[in-house]
Design a protein around this ligand. Sequence first.
Ligand SMILES: [Fe+2]
Ligand SMILES: [Fe+2]
Length: 265
Amino acid sequence: MSERVKILVIGDIIGKAGRRALTEHLPALIDLHQIDFVVANGENLAHGFGLNERVAEEMFALGVHVLTNGNHCWDQREFLELVDEDDRYVRPMNFTEYAPGRGWTVQETGMGHKIAVINLIGQTFMGPWDCPFAAVDRAMDEIPDDVSAILVDMHAEATSEKMGMGWHMDGRASFVYGTHTHIPTCDEIIHASGTAYQSDIGMTGSYQSIIGMKVEGALYRMVRRLPQRFEAVERGGSIFATMVSINPDTRMATSIERIHIPPAQ
Ligand SMILES: [Fe+2]
Ligand SMILES: [Fe+2]
C-alpha cells in the first residue's frame, strides 16, 4: 500500500456547464495528480436542480467515486429511489428519519484503501434539520475502524457553522469542507490535530452567472421581486476543486491544495 491517499474534492457541479468542464478535464487531472479517490457534490447536476441516474452515471464514468448532496436532494423524483439502491450516493445524515438513503458510505480506492464519506446539512438559513454535530458523532460511531480516510461534506450557508464543524472534527476526520454557497473560499488549512479544512470548495460551473444560474432571471427576481424561472448556464464552466493528501495510518492530512481550471476561451 502506498504511504498516502490522494483525494480530489469537487464542490457543487452545476448543470451542463459543470458536467462539460469535468468531461474535458477530470480524467487528465486524475492522471496528472495521481488521484486515488474523487468525491463531488451532485445536488445541482441536473440543470441545477437535483440529480438523476443519467447525469450521475456520467460523473461516475469520469472517475467520481461518491456523490454527496444537499438541500436540492429531492428536486428530481427518481432520486428518492436511486439513493436507496446505490451506496455511491449519500444525502445529509441529519435529514429526518424518514429520508431514504444513507448519511455516510464507504467506498474503496483502486489501491484498496477504504474511504468514508459523511454528508451533513447546516441549520443556519438552511431549514429545520436535525443537529449536524450530533449526526456526525453518530456517523463516527457507526463507521468501521478499518477506513483509511474520513471526508465530511458540510453543506451549509454559514461559514461560522462550517468552521465549527471543522474544529468539532479536528483529529477525527481527514478533511471537513463546505459546499452549497457555490463560491470558493481561500481559507484552506490543516488544523492542529491534523484535519484539513476549507469553508467552501466552490462550484464547478459557469461563473458568468449568479451562483450558476443565468444572470437575467436571477437578477429579475432580485430587482423586481417578481417570479421568474432559474435556469442554469450551460457553457463556460470553471472547475474549482481541492486536493488533500492523507496518511492512511493516522487518517490525518499532510497537504491541502486548491485547483482552478478556467473555462475554455
Ligand atoms: Fe448547490
Ligand atoms: Fe445547496
